[in-house]
Design a binder for this molecule. Structure first.
Ligand code: PXG
Length: 296
């Protein structure tokens, strides 16, 4: 087991503990990031940290480390764990202060960084595609809890995942209150129709996924395809030529069946596969990752 960073110190994983009074536990009062390290380089670390600080700003949580200090802490934690390929979970909670919800007197956030081996889907899932369903659980409206905040409240997503599993599907796609497609439980959604790529705008209630942004960029710049942010309904999903999901852990995963409707020809699509190929090369490029180890 590895070493976990808590507030500037490293602890063996089994001894890495925080208080039961921590507001992350009591109220889900905190923010987090899931980051990936490819061959000794942290992928899009600046973008992940920008999102972390933006989430914290939105919930009025002042992170006690500067951006640069946080960057160093992440890199240092990977280094002490001596892994070249890893998944990094960075968590900032509002800390602990009694049992009341009032955050005014709390100014001791806990910063936790866990570095672990990355668990990926079996290769078969990428070759055959996965089955998804749309779920009854709606994504929270932006005026309730904006899904752009990557907060420690993941119950929506967990409820959606439970629904998907009960339906025998690997993923659940959530709609907003107007019935527009938002995102899956831990991934963003894309469709391809007549050679054009579509994804919902994030302000309808979705996380601005880092992978989503990279895929949009790669599709535009490398594959010279048109990418549009448009409102999508279930009709658009069912009638798409291709559907795929994007996220740090899954990268790009094809979806071949949604609510029992076969998507396209029932196999991962051509553009999805092209994107997967370009993405695979891109994430390992030196220029897109922050080096962890010296002389790299
Ligand atoms: N939407 C939601 C709701 C997410 O939680 C994404 C989209 C994709 O964003 P990125 O920046 O990763 O492209 C996420 C990703 C996991 C895991 O184990 C992933 C996330 C949260 C918890 C677990 O894959 N966030």
């Amino acid at each position: 087991m590895g070493l976990v960073y808590i507030n500037g110190e490293f602890f063996p994983a089994e001894e890495a503990k925080i208080s039961v009074y921590d507001r992350g536990l009591l109220y889900g009062d905190g923010v987090f990031e899931g980051i990936r390290c490819y061959d000794g380089r942290v992928f899009k670390l600046d973008e992940h940290l920008e999102r972390l600080y933006a989430s914290a700003q939105a919930i009025w949580l002042k992170i006690p480390l500067s951006f640069e200090e946080m960057k160093k802490a992440v890199i240092e934690t990977i280094k002490v764990n001596n892994l070249r390929d890893s998944y990094i979970r960075l968590i900032v909670t509002r800390g602990s202060f009694g049992l009341g919800i009032d955050p005014w007197e709390v100014s001791n956030p806990n910063i936790i960084i866990i570095v672990d081996k990355i668990r990926v889907f079996p290769q078969e899932v990428y070759e055959k595609g996965l089955v998804a369903v749309t779920v009854a659980t709606r994504r929270s409206p932006t005026d309730v809890l904006d899904p752009r905040i990557k907060s420690l409240n993941y119950l929506h997503n967990i409820l959606a995942r439970i629904e998907a599993r009960i339906a025998g599907a690997a993923e659940g796609i959530m709609l907003n209150h107007q019935g527009f497609v938002t995102e899956a439980t831990v991934d963003n959604v894309f469709i391809v129709k007549k050679g054009i790529i579509y994804t919902p705008p994030v302000n309808i209630g979705a996380l601005a996924g880092i992978t989503r942004g990279v895929v949009m960029e790669l599709a535009t710049n490398y594959l010279k395809l048109i990418v549009k942010e448009e409102l999508l309904t279930r009709y658009d999903l069912y009638n798409a030529d291709e559907v795929f999901l994007t996220g740090t852990a899954v990268e790009i995963v094809p979806v071949v069946k949604i609510d029992e409707r076969i998507i396209g020809n029932g196999k991962p699509g051509k553009i999805t596969n092209e994107l997967r190929r370009v993405f695979y090369e891109y994430v390992r490029q030196e220029s897109v990752g922050s080096p962890v180890y010296a002389n790299e």
